[in-house]
Design a protein around this ligand. Structure first.
Ligand code: AMP
Length: 237
């Protein structure tokens, strides 16, 4: 693909994918990382790795994640800080996925980035109807090795049950049950959706219609990112 790579003088972009569970954040993140080479920081993926490795953090987070609640701001922020520092050093740009999810997390992010001489450049809000969300969540499967997202009907793997990229086993998330999905939607409405207003006030919010399949939604994001990259390159010169 012919993507303009930012010149070394350009500031790396800091972006976030936002939207309810099932809006396609993970799927779009994988496509964008492939195309633009960003460091992908997905708090849900990072937490699932902590659970898999049975770390103290994973043990603390497991039950609340399974029930569909939010892990405490403090735990998530501490976990993310380390990853963000490394990602900032790499100067590849950062694509946040599933963070920030509360007003406090957004405040933390602004402060953290400010302290390191950066700012959040854009937040892409993936807009999806409830009917599509439920269909996506109930048929979703993930690769145990790389976290790539599949769907049993809409986006099946070439070989059933195995990841196209690394043949890893595909599994269903522990929180993709009907009960947990309902809880996650409630949590999204009460704690996460309200953060949209803060993004709007900072003039970083971009709405992306995202009801359609991934390959249709992807170019809508990519075109915005190319615009931001072009601007960052011009400003950086
Ligand atoms: P996700 O993979 O983004 O759907 O996240 C799965 C689960 O991980 C969520 O339902 C929460 O329990 C937890 N989680 C992920 N990101 C966050 C976050 N930023 N703040 C709190 N909990 C989170």
């Amino acid at each position: 693909m012919t993507t303009p790579t930012p010149t070394p003088s350009a500031e790396p972009l800091i972006l976030a994918l936002f939207g309810p569970p099932g809006s396609g954040k993970g799927t779009q993140a994988h496509l964008l990382v492939e195309e633009f080479g960003f460091a992908h920081l997905a708090t849900g993926d990072l937490l699932r790795l902590e659970i898999r490795d049975k770390t103290p953090l994973g043990l603390q987070a497991e039950a609340v994640m399974k029930s569909g609640g939010l892990v405490s701001d403090d735990l998530v922020q501490r976990m993310l800080s380390e990853h963000m520092l490394r990602a900032l050093e790499s100067r590849r740009g950062i694509l946040l996925d599933g963070f920030p999810r509360t007003a406090a997390q957004f405040e933390f992010l602004e402060r953290f980035l400010g302290e390191h001489g950066h700012r959040l450049d854009a937040v892409f809000n993936l807009e999806v109807t409830m009917e599509v969300l439920i269909t996506r969540l109930t048929g979703r499967r993930l690769c145990r090795v790389c976290g790539r997202v599949y769907h049993v009907v809409n986006m099946p793997a070439k070989v059933e049950g195995r990841c196209d990229d690394d043949s890893g086993e595909l599994y269903q998330r522990a929180d993709d049950t009907r009960e947990s999905i309902e809880k996650r939607m409630e949590v999204y409405e009460s704690q996460t959706r309200p953060v949209l207003e803060a993004f709007q006030q900072r003039q970083v919010l971009l709405g992306i219609p995202a009801n359609e399949e991934a390959r249709i939604v992807h170019p809508r994001l990519a075109v915005q990112i190319r615009r931001l990259l072009a601007r960052a390159t011009t400003v950086g010169q």
